[in-house]
Design a protein around this ligand. Sequence first.
Ligand SMILES: O=C1O[C@H](COP(=O)(O)O)[C@@H](O)[C@H](O)[C@H]1O
Length: 224
Amino acid sequence: MLNKFEDRAALMVGLAAQVAKDLRAALVQKERVSIAVPGGTTPAPFFDILCHEDLAWERVDVMLTDERFVPPTHARSNTALINARLITNAASSARVVPFYQAAERPEDVFTEISAGIDAALPLDICVLGMGADMHTASLFPDSAELADALASDAPVHVVRPASQPEARLTLTGRVLSAAVHKYVLIAGPEKLQALEQAQKVRDVMVAPIRVVLADPKTQVFFAP
Ligand SMILES: O=C1O[C@H](COP(=O)(O)O)[C@@H](O)[C@H](O)[C@H]1O
């Protein structure tokens, strides 16, 4: 389902209201609730609104959908983004599930990171971004590890997409498709075109965003 907003400000308000509603409903049902959020350039204004929502954040586990294997001091760190823009104000008591540990290679810390993520699953809410190349999380069409990351039983997978400057850790296809509420946050004509392309292509190896689009309950939040 495509939810179209007039502009980006309305989009971010609309998605934050929907996610806060889902979090509140899940917090009534369960002691701990988990949400995955994207990194990249799009979601910061959504975080700026969501972090003010008055809810039991101390019972919420927040994780990324994916992380670039760079330290939190790096400009490309998704962990730094959520720490600065989401885990603040009312949301400062949320627990962040680590997606990065200092090491030479992600494989060196994979077991520990993977166990931490596994303990916070399944996801109640998953908000994903999407690139113009139809990647989502760090499931990239130009990654040699894509098929394994889609098929893996593990919660996360290491990928080294040819188009990207660093190794990454991504939630796997299994984890993304099992999320109770799935949202895709996109803005701009290029992303809308990519979404339309992904709906036509139908091959998840060409359009990895299909891993969640295949579920008719997935909601896309879009503004021009
Ligand atoms: O690299 C990434 O890209 C996608 C899309 O990012 P955007 O900058 O085009 O909004 C993002 O969803 C993902 O989390 C991030 O690591």
